[in-house]
Write a protein of this length. Structure first.
Lengths: 472, 442
């Protein structure tokens, strides 16, 4: 193709070239005799491998009175095994580039890393050892307990966190998606070593687990390695998924969290959405693209560019095993907090009342399809998609057919999905900022309560005079 | 030294050209995904501002998304997102960057958008747009700094480490009063002075044919006038050497946090990479010195972290540690200081260096997976050193360092009399109103 030597026409965008085909990387999937699901994809853009091992052991599986158990169990995985102490594990992780992350989300407990390819076999051995043979030493539990208690204190002064946590509580109450992931002071104080061991026994069986790899590897080699490292272990029984749906609210609830000196107000609006594998999830992704998923979405252009209320505003449907939250997030100047909430609610109503413009729909669709390869540039990006397929039990060709599924969306489907799944009359609204300024602005929106973060702050516990470590 | 691991060098084919108007362009073809990253660096940042007029480079960056002669207000994002691309810009001490990653068939769209605002910006600038973006930026400052716990610590650390007339003294986002002062005349003057082809580097990374891409670059950018010679870079005054500068900053926090900054050589100067590796040995991950001692054994800290600014003028090694409840932050600070002093007295064990090198190497390959990250690094090396190929040499810079190099940089720079320390502490009686350390800008 030649390039014209004439000066370019600048008064309209130059036309694009022909569509280039793009395919989601092919992947293979096996199930070991003990029930472990293993998936692997080859993606040779860098000399790296992304590894992830996930278990049905996220915070949603916490015992009803044991908030923080899943987070504690995951935090202790790399603090002692039958072969290595915490510091020895730290050295082994560092030898492998130091990128290991362990933790618990709402749905799963995970161990994951991106690693140079020649170290992938060692990394698999290490991850398997940490997940299946942790010893939960009592002194490490004490260390992590103190750390998590201090983290609770730290979060209580973080306005964004406070807003997220209060919204979660308002939507899900004491249910599995409502309890704080880290737990709170009473549940952390009561958490014993036997609780952690029991939780591990129940949730970390291989029968319910997923091992994912993507990158510079041969899937068949990886399956052989997985069989060698994990195939001989017992599978156990996968725990049943708890009932994750919250009670449906009677009306709009407003929670003001008082921070008298705040320079700004953090706002959250939300309600329960749909599970990741709900047939409407993709349609809702398109609805959300128009509503609040990108810079040019209605909510951001309204609040930021039309009104200058904020640096940014966004919304999303979280993809979870159960009905994860639909949340609108922003931070605004306090005097306009009430006006900003009304604009957001107005946008939610508008997208339920009338079909979106044809151009908006086309934009949302091309954005979903066009940015798809962008999310697959990294080995962890590919691994994340594989994990989504297996954890949420999506069709094996979900991402292969994704562009076609997006192309099939139309305005009527978006409107129907918006009407079914956006419920402005059931919103929880959280504002973190000076209550004296916020209450008059928000009072008329619904049932309003004021909370003080400081009221829940305990006296900091003294640190022991003698460190508990093996060598002080 | 440990044997070098069997990792292939970064695959980095490069072509470097200069258009007639002085615009430097770098082409990095990589056809493995149908994407192209367009990355444009203007060599102007907050360092080019003057005291009393801070925050302008960043406010100006916002204005570059408000349209140009042929692109409507907010249509920049609209065109990019319609195409299935992502876009943004950012301002830093040394530079301002603008970038899009697009499906490769939309390469020309990216060139049209960037050339329109490089060559034809001013007709679209209005006082009304400036007012709106001033509000957005003031909200950005509140969200990122003033309403964040510990949010003003880094700003204060810079004010203490760098003298008042040093280009890194003030925060990139600027002070509230200065942001309020910016006018439409400033927009025009700033544009004419700094946003010229010869003050910019444009990198393309991704799926394109280099000869055609170069022709397209010439077509879209070639007709933009070269403009005046870029202003001479600011000449920073020397940093203070006559004693530690420190301040306690009360804030709405429960856990005190210590911020320590030691002056370091500019990025690319001898010693910078040693400082970075020293910071990694000290504070990166659970096998680091400070994690082991302060968090694991003594349990006086909640977290530790460190970084070295990759700046073209005086850099700094910054160490940050949050104290546990009930722990005097002074104890945390002295513990960190003791480790630095030990790093001067005796060489660090090779095992620690080897682990730090392994982390740096892993991080390098992880970070360079994305076309937009690679393009941004290429623009960085071209802007600072006029040599994009230096990017591929980065792992070697760390591999060749030994314990003596780390000891030397620590001995030269990690000294009490050179450093600045900011300690954020819980405000007494958080309900009592502004404490003595309260600052609202300069």
């Amino acid at each position: 193709m030649t390039v014209s030597s004439a000066p370019p026409r600048r008064d309209r965008p130059p036309p694009p070239g022909p569509v280039e085909p793009f395919r989601f990387p092919s992947y293979e999937r096996v199930r070991l005799a003990n029930g472990l699901t293993v998936v692997a994809a080859r993606s040779r853009r860098a000399p790296l491998v992304a590894l992830a091992l996930a278990f049905p052991a996220g915070a949603a599986y916490d015992p009803p009175d044991g908030g923080g158990t899943a987070a504690m169990t995951a935090a202790l995985l790399d603090e002692g095994t039958d072969e290595a102490s915490a510091l020895e594990i730290a050295d082994r992780v560092a030898d492998l580039g130091g990128g290991l992350a362990t933790g618990a989300s709402r749905d799963v407990a995970y161990l994951e890393l991106e690693i140079l390819r020649h170290q992938a076999a060692d990394a698999l051995e290490l991850v398997a050892e940490l997940a299946t043979r942790p010893t939960f030493p009592a002194e490490e539990l004490e260390r992590q307990r103190r750390r998590h208690l201090a983290e609770l204190l730290r979060r209580r002064t973080d306005p964004g966190r406070l807003a997220d946590e209060h919204l979660t509580r308002a939507i899900y109450g004491d249910g599995p998606y409502g309890r704080p992931i880290l737990g709170d002071e009473p549940t952390l104080a009561a958490l014993g070593r036997d609780d952690v061991e029991r939780f591990h026994r129940r949730g970390y069986g291989l029968a319910g687990a997923f091992l994912v790899a993507a990158g510079d590897l041969e899937p068949s080699d990886f399956f052989a390695a997985a069989e060698r490292v994990l195939g001989g272990l017992p599978g156990g029984e996968a725990p049943a998924l708890p009932d994750l749906a919250p009670e449906r609210p009677a009306g709009v609830r407003v929670v003001v969290v008082d921070r008298p000196h705040a320079a700004q107000t953090e706002l959250r609006l939300g309600h329960a959405g749909v599970p990741r594998n709900h047939p409407d999830f993709l349609t809702l992704a398109a609805v959300n693209g128009i509503l609040g998923g990108k810079f040019t979405s209605r909510i951001n252009l309204n609040l930021r560019e039309r009104h200058g209320y904020t640096y940014g505003a966004s919304s999303r449907f979280a993809g979870r095993l159960g009905p994860g939250p639909f949340v609108v997030r922003t931070a605004v100047a306090t005097p306009v907090a009430g006006a900003a909430v009304r604009e957001i609610v107005g946008e939610l109503e508008r997208i339920r009342d009338e079909e979106v413009d044809r151009e908006e729909l086309d934009d949302a669709k091309s954005y979903l399809v066009g940015t798809f390869p962008y999310t697959l540039q990294t080995v962890s990006g590919v691994a994340d998609r594989l994990e989504t397929i297996v954890v949420h039990d999506l069709p094996a060709d979900y991402y292969e057919t994704f562009p076609r599924a997006v192309a099939a969306l139309d305005r009527a489907r978006l409107l129907a999905a918006a009407r079914r799944h956006l419920r402005p009359g059931e919103l929880s609204i959280v504002a973190v900022g000076p209550a004296a300024d916020l209450e008059p602005q928000l009072r008329e929106l619904g049932d309003l309560q004021v909370e003080t973060p400081a009221a829940r702050t305990p006296t900091p516990e003294p640190v022991p005079a003698t460190p508990l470590g093996p060598q002080a | 030294m440990s044997p070098s691991p069997p990792v292939p060098p970064l695959d980095l084919p490069l072509e470097r050209h200069t258009l007639d108007n002085g615009l430097r362009v770098v082409l990095h073809p990589d056809a493995r995904l149908p994407l192209v990253a367009v990355n444009l660096w203007y060599h102007v940042g907050s360092k080019d501002e003057a005291p009393g007029r801070t925050g302008f480079a960043h406010l100006f960056e916002h204005m570059l998304f408000q349209g140009s002669q042929n692109v409507g207000t907010n249509d920049h994002f609209r065109y990019v997102q319609q195409a299935g691309g992502v876009a943004n810009g950012s301002t830093w001490y040394d530079r301002t960057n603008y970038y899009e990653t697009l499906p490769s068939r939309f390469l020309e769209l990216g060139l049209w958008l960037e050339s329109d605002r490089m060559g034809f910006l001013l007709p679209a600038m209005t006082a009304e747009k400036l007012e709106k973006q001033r509000e957005v930026v003031l909200n950005e400052r509140r969200q990122r700094m003033d309403n964040q716990p510990y949010g003003r610590a880094i700003e204060r650390l810079h004010e203490l480490l760098y003298p008042v007339d040093h280009p890194y003294h003030w925060p990139v986002i600027g002070y509230v009063d200065d942001i309020a002062r910016a006018t439409l005349d400033d927009v025009e003057r700033f544009f004419r002075t700094h946003y010229t082809p010869r003050n910019a580097v444009l990198t393309l990374a991704g799926d394109f044919e280099p000869a055609r891409a170069l022709a397209l670059l010439d077509r879209w950018f070639g007709e933009i006038p070269a403009g005046p010679e870029p202003p001479a870079p600011p000449q920073p005054p020397p940093l203070a050497t006559d004693g530690e500068r420190r301040e306690t900053l009360p804030d709405d926090v429960h856990l005190p946090r210590v911020y320590m900054a030691y002056p370091m050589p500019a990025y690319g100067r001898p010693g910078w990479h040693a400082a970075d590796l020293l910071g990694t040995v000290l504070a990166a991950g659970k096998a680091s010195l400070l994690y082991e001692d302060l968090i694991y054994r003594r349990q006086i800290a909640q977290d530790v972290s460190s970084f070295v600014y990759p700046t073209e003028l005086d850099a700094a090694l910054v160490l940050i540690a949050t104290a546990r409840p009930g722990v005097d932050p002074r104890e945390v600070e002295e513990a960190i200081t003791a480790h630095l002093e030990r790093a001067v007295e005796e060489e660090l064990p090779e095992a620690r260096l080897a682990r730090a090198r392994a982390r740096v190497l892993n991080d390098f390959y992880v970070a360079t997976q994305k076309l937009d990250s690679r393009a941004d690094l290429i623009s960085h090396f071209t802007t600072l050193f006029d040599d994009p190929s230096l990017l591929a040499d980065e792992p070697a810079r760390y591999a060749e360092l030994d314990a003596t190099d780390l000891r030397e940089i620590a001995a030269e720079r990690c000294r009490r009399e050179l450093r600045a320390v900011v300690t954020v502490v819980p405000r007494d009686g958080a309900e009592d109103g502004d404490g003595p350390g309260e600052r609202n800008g300069a």
